[in-house]
Ligand binder design. Sequence first.
Ligand code: TYD
Length: 204
Amino acid sequence: MNKGLFITFEGADGCGKTTQINLLKKYLEEKGKEVLLTREPGGKGLGEKVREILLNYDGVVSDRCESFLFLADRAQNIDVIVKPALAEGKIVLCDRHTDSTVAYQGYGRGLNLDEIHMLNNLATGGKKPDVTLVFDVDIETSMKRVGNEKDRMESAGKEFFNKVRNGYLEIAKSEPDRVKVIDSTRSIKEVHKDVVAIVEKLNI
Ligand code: TYD
């Protein structure tokens, strides 16, 4: 039986990955593939409630508490949504996953990277994406795309943005087979072309 394919979409805020995930979904469905879209934080059910806390809670959230909330949501997403879909042979497209915690809580907030890797592993039960696409943008492009309606994470500032961006580039350097960086300052069409080229190499 087809074992399915797990593709994750990553990048700093305003990188345009949500647009690209929808375009890839459409492309794959037109090829007759069964596609499941999910996101972290979020997914559905309990995940959406965790998302609500993470993005809208306006009291104090400690950095470690924030990490555990993302991880709890991840465990739920993997167990309840991702793994069953992969077992049915579907292509799962996930908007953010483990690398977000490494980039945001690790490189961004400065939490210990080894500990984050260990916790990520615990949350996923060791399941890794087949490929991860990192949509790379500079802060100017990001600010134009995000606009004025910022959530709690998006309000963290320029220095934080650059730490997160650099974090993603470091992740890509350390795992070049899994993680592919795409220059996302370009047009939607050009970026989509690169996405398709990478995904087609997976022999779907
Ligand atoms: P979301 O509105 O989904 O942003 P985007 O459209 O950019 O994906 O908000 C998710 C926010 O949560 C985003 O700022 C990144 C952050 N995040 C972390 O800090 N750590 C994590 O592990 C995850 C999954 C997300």
